[in-house]
Design a protein around this ligand. Structure first.
Ligand SMILES: NC(=O)c1ccc[n+]([C@@H]2O[C@H](COP(=O)([O-])OP(=O)(O)OC[C@H]3O[C@@H](n4cnc5c(N)ncnc54)[C@H](OP(=O)(O)O)[C@@H]3O)[C@@H](O)[C@H]2O)c1
Length: 336
C-alpha cells in the first residue's frame, strides 16, 4: 500500500507543520557512529556544500579524515576555508558546478576524472525550492532539472567515466538527500514527463515533493541496476534529514521571511545535528555491503511503495533516458 500523505506537503505551511510534528514522533534509532568509523583515505564528492546541510556534512566528513570534494555553485573559496577551519583538515577541494546546466555537470565530471580519478562516496545533496516555475538554459523547469535530472546525469556520467573506486572490493556509496515529502504525490505524471509546467509559490512545495519522489525512485532503480541481488557492488542510500534550519526557504515571500526565520530557529534542527543520518550512511560500518537503506532522521524506514515499485523504477529510467536523448545534443549521456 502506498503511504499517502496527501495534503501534508501541499503548501509551505503544511510542510512546515508536518516537519515539526514528525520530530516529536517516537523513532527507533538505527545506530550510532562508532569512533572507529573513520574515512581516512576516502574521497567524498558532495553537491550543494556551500550552505546548510551540505556545508555541515562536509565539515563532519572532513573531521572523520575524508578528502572532501565540494561541488558548489557559490562560496569558492570561502566555504572551503570554513570547512578547513572547522575540521582542521587541509584535504578540501572545490569545484564549480551549476546543476541546472548539463554542460557544467559534464565539466565537473571531467574535472573529477582528471584531478581526483576515483571517488568512494557521492552525496547528492543540492536542491532548490523555487518560488515559481523557471526555465533553465536548456528550457527545462528548474526544480525538475536540479532536484531530479541533474542527479541522474551526474551519477550516470560518473559511472560512465569509471570515477567510482571499486578497487579491491571497495563498495562505493551513493547517497541521495531526499525528503519525506516524496510520499505526497498520488501518482507519477507519466503522460507529460519533463514537460514545462507553470506554477507559483503556492504549488512549489507540492512540485518539490514530486521531484523528490522521482529522485527516490531513481535511487532504488539505481541500486537494482548496479547490484545483482546477492552481492552489493554499490550502495545506493537515501534519507530525509527532517526539518533543517538552512537556507532552503530563501525564496519564500519577503513578508514571511522574519516569521520563517524564527520558526526555523526554534523548531528546525541545526544543519550540524541534521547531518547525522548523512554522515552515518557515509561512514558507518553498520551499512557496509548494504544498499537501499532509507533513513528518516536516524530511523530506518521503507521508501514509499511508489518509489520502490520495480515497474515504476524501470519506467522512470527509460523515460529519463529518452527525455535526455531528445534534448539538445550537449546533454546526451554517452553511457546510454
Ligand atoms: N531544509 C529542510 O528542512 C530540508 C528537509 C528535507 C530535506 N532537505 C534537503 O536537504 C538538502 C540540502 O538542503 P538545505 O536544507 O541545506 O538547503 P540550502 O541551505 O538552501 O542548500 C541547498 C544547496 O543546494 C545548492 N544548489 C541549489 N541549486 C543549485 C544549482 N543549480 N547548482 C548547484 N548547486 C545548487 C545551493 O547552492 P547555493 O548556496 O549556491 O545556492 C546550496 O548549497 C536538499 O536536498 C533538501 O531538499 C532539506
Amino acid at each position: 500500500m502506498s503511504q499517502k500523505a496527501k495534503g501534508k506537503y501541499d503548501s509551505p505551511l503544511a510542510a512546515t507543520y508536518k516537519g515539526i510534528s514528525d520530530l516529536f514522533k517516537k523513532q527507533e534509532r538505527v545506530g550510532v557512529l562508532d569512533p572507529s568509523d573513520r574515512l581516512d583515505g576516502k574521497k567524498v564528492l558532495i553537491t550543494g556544500s556551500s550552505s546548510g546541510l551540505g556545508l555541515a556534512t562536509a565539515k563532519k566528513l572532513a573531521g572523520l579524515g575524508a578528502e572532501v570534494i565540494m561541488a558548489v555553485r557559490s562560496g569558492i573559496p570561502e566555504k572551503g576555508e570554513e570547512v578547513k577551519k572547522a575540521s582542521g583538515s587541509e584535504l578540501i577541494h572545490m569545484h564549480h558546478v551549476d546543476l541546472s546546466d548539463f554542460d557544467s555537470i559534464r565539466n565537473l565530471v571531467d574535472e573529477i576524472e582528471s584531478t581526483h580519478k576515483k571517488i568512494d562516496i557521492l552525496i547528492c545533496n543540492a536542491a532548490v525550492v523555487s518560488k515559481k516555475a523557471r526555465k533553465t538554459k536548456h528550457d527545462l523547469e528548474e526544480m525538475f532539472s536540479v532536484n531530479y535530472l541533474a542527479k541522474f546525469v551526474l551519477v550516470n556520467l560518473l559511472l560512465d567515466k569509471d570515477c567510482f573506486n571499486t578497487f579491491g572490493g571497495n563498495i562505493p556509496r551513493i547517497i541521495f538527500v531526499s525528503s519525506e515529502s516524496h510520499r505526497n504525490p498520488e501518482e507519477f505524471e507519466w503522460d507529460d514527463f519533463g514537460v514545462f509546467k507553470d506554477y507559483s509559490m503556492g504549488k512549489s512545495v507540492e512540485r518539490y515533493g514530486y521531484y523528490k519522489l522521482l529522485m527516490t525512485t531513481f535511487s532504488q532503480e539505481l541500486s537494482r541496476r548496479l547490484n545483482n541481488g546477492e552481492q552489493t557492488n554499490y550502495s545506493s542510500f537515501a534519507l530525509c534529514p527532517g526539518p533543517v534550519n538552512s537556507n532552503i526557504a530563501r525564496e519564500a515571500p519577503a513578508l514571511f521571511q522574519p516569521l520563517l526565520k524564527v520558526i526555523f530557529k526554534i523548531f528546525f534542527r541545526s544543519p550540524e545535528k541534521a547531518s547525522e543520518p548523512v554522515v552515518y550512511l557515509a561512514a558507518s560500518k553498520d551499512v557496509e555491503g548494504k544498499t537501499d537503506d532509507y533513513l528518516f532522521l536516524m530511523s530506518r524506514k521503507e521508501v514509499d511503495t511508489k518509489a520502490s515499485d520495480q515497474q515504476n523504477g524501470k519506467r522512470l529510467w527509460a523515460m529519463t533516458e529518452d527525455f535526455l536523448k531528445q534534448q539538445n545534443d550537449s546533454i546526451v549521456i554517452g553511457a546510454f
